[in-house]
Design a protein around this ligand. Structure first.
Ligand code: ZN
Ligand code: ZN
Length: 236
């Protein structure tokens, strides 16, 4: 059986050569689309802040000490740079489902390591107009894949209120203010529940922090933010 599988993979490699989504070297069908070097490079920096996953300044976090954060912990696969940045782009813009599955697998392992015993996995929601334009909510697809692998139930818990403007041209401080009140729960029964909320990239943290706040307000006892990558500079 193993031999047959090997032959099948070898044939697939000849027919449909794969290249690594992180660096472009040829990779085998069996590799899930990421080479060993790039796979090894996906790692968090040493001793990140457990709450926001940013760099620590000695024993205190310069980010969490200067603003309210509502997640118990932020779990990130690595920094949004180098190979991981390219890999995420290949999923986001190239719809590379093979690589998406591989990232979900890595994220599920981390979810089980740091956030065991949670009730639901959910995603940062996207308003209907944006979802219609893009065709899908990247974070939701990812969250569903992670949920399936971690054996945790996926559930839509939040929605973005209609008419919410873009955050892109705002400064970090403005982003944190502008986003307040943008999301609302879509269901009840969250009292005492533990939840993982998934987003693809943690840029300033304003979105996932506000989603965490709303989940807490709805009664959740623990909220974990799970992201594929964190922009190294993080919240300022
Ligand atoms: Zn590579
Ligand atoms: Zn922090």
């Amino acid at each position: 059986m193993m031999l047959l599988k090997k032959i099948a993979y070898h044939t697939l490699d000849l027919l449909f050569p794969y290249i690594c989504a992180g660096c472009g070297v040829p990779v085998s069908y069996a590799s899930q689309g990421i080479c060993a070097n790039c796979m090894e490079s996906i790692a968090e920096p040493d001793d990140p802040c457990p709450v926001c996953s940013g760099p620590m300044n000695g024993s205190s976090c310069p980010i969490c000490s200067s603003r309210m954060t509502y997640m118990d912990r932020t779990i990130a696969l690595g920094e949004y740079a180098g190979a991981l940045k390219k890999i995420i782009s290949s999923v986001k813009f190239g719809n590379n489902t093979r690589v998406a599955g591989c990232l979900a697998e890595l994220a599920a392992v981390k979810a089980m390591q740091f956030a065991s015993g949670v009730d639901y996995i959910t995603a940062v929601p996207m308003n209907k107009k944006k979802k219609w334009r893009r065709g899908f909510n990247q974070s939701e697809l990812l969250a569903r894949k992670i949920a399936a692998r971690a054996g945790i139930r996926y559930r839509d818990l939040l929605r973005e209120k209609p008419g919410s403007g873009s955050q892109k041209i705002l400064s970090v401080r403005e982003r944190y203010i502008n986003i307040i009140g943008r999301y609302e729960p879509v269901c009840g029964g969250l009292h005492g529940k533990s939840v993982i909320i998934v987003d693809d990239v943690f840029t300033t943290g304003s979105t996932i922090n506000e989603c965490s706040r709303v989940l807490r307000e709805a009664g959740c006892s623990r909220v974990f933010a799970l992201v594929l990558a964190r922009v190294p500079s993080g919240i300022r």
